[in-house]
Design a protein around this ligand. Sequence first.
Ligand code: SAH
Ligand code: SF4
Ligand code: F3S
Length: 474
Amino acid sequence: MLVPSLKEAKIRTKKESIVKVDEYKIDDSLKKIGVNKKYFLKTYGCQMNEHDSENIKAILEDMSYTSTDDMEEADLILLNTCAIRENAHNKVFGYLGRAKNLKERKKNVLVGICGCMAQEEVVVNKILKDYKWMDIVFGTHNIHNLPNILNNAIEKQKLEVEVLSCEGDIIENIPVKRDSKYKAWINIMYGCDKFCTYCIVPYTRGKQRSRRKEFILEEVEQLVKDGYLEVTLLGQNVNAYGKDLDTDYKMENLLEDVAKTGIKRVRFVTSHPWDFTDNMIEVIKKYDNIMPYIHLPLQSGSDRILKLMGRRYTKESYLELYRKLKEALPYSSITTDIIVGFPGETEEDFKETLDVVEKCKYDSAFTFIFSPREGTPAAKMEDNVSLEEKQDRLQRLNELINKYSKEANLKYEGKTVPVLIEGVSEKDDDTLMGYTDTMKLVNVKCDKKYIGTIQNVEIKEVKTWSMDGEIKEN
Ligand code: SAH
Ligand code: SF4
Ligand code: F3S
């Protein structure tokens, strides 16, 4: 049994990450484990977790499992979890309750969790105490070892916990089963070294480790050959790409090389304002296939709170960056993340946040109430803001955000914009959906033959969170 350690997860050394190209191995005897068996995989959290799930699916299918969307018919239930806020925890423990019920009825069902919650000492302690009936717990650093972890749990018939709290290596040969045939996630870096005081990610994902450019470019080139139209470069701070390597090759160089592969659309998330360079702005401007969409988390508009958060920028420097981006890329859409109710946030501090929103008029935003995370510095800060006050601030903020989202979308009315048609809309079988270059969700009533193509779409009607359009034949 390997359990996580918060103390170890905090350690950072200067050594470069190790790249392993043949670490994922699957013994022939393990390839049959899943014959006639089904897995149910539920994913919480960010795009990184979505992409990890694409790896997990490929590994399980290497073991002959097939997938099911119905938990009731599963032989293996796996929850790929997120630890970012307390409500993410609550959802997972709620789901485990349902899984337990199923296990009582179907004895051989295996139940496990992986992902960021599994990296938390408190979570694993709770599982060891109250959820001993579970079968597997593994973390973000050893997904490639899933065949052995699963096999051990089956052989020993007891809870198998294997979580490493190391800084992390880079494993280059994990298989992937992508959810889409048209757009793909690509990790360009793992982990995070920013240690914002409220955030658990540096502990659950380890040290910042940039993938070497050769592997990234090879992956993009292969995707182009396979007919993919879009790649999204993933990292907690993509703009800090390369800073952990002994090289001058930085995000602006990588972005340029990825654009040169000829892939139709290049996206990247998330951009920490701290590392956003002028050269990057130039590269985004220079290449038509780098999408004019930037997610630029603000977190707070108050200098005092930003300092307590450890964000290393000020309201003014954020606004300056915003102005530069809009000047160079006037057509771009910019979205953000904001936390309200950070410990000690006053009404004055909150008004500074509203002021930035008034100035930036974001295309949209994810807004959150501060959630104390065990082991982070902010969890120990005195918090004298009542929950009622926090909820009130969130509501006032959301009203303003929604007003500007609608305003930003209204500018599209009557315009013709490129949309990558991805598939059928969840809400209506007769409607297809896709995203504009600026990441606006568009519903289009058209023939299914357009799925997997980029079309010019005339926007007919605009709503707060989506738009309706028609394909413009030329
Ligand atoms: N790496 C990204 C953010 C990843 S987490 C960045 O630095 O911008 C996604 C968002 O969750 C964060 O931007 C933040 O707004 C929110 N978040 C993170 N920790 C939180 C916490 N403890 N409470 C509330 N929201 C949090
Ligand atoms: Fe968390 Fe900050 Fe790292 Fe983003 S940059 S993942 S908010 S520590
Ligand atoms: Fe959640 Fe882990 Fe992503 S905490 S937001 S799944 S990095």
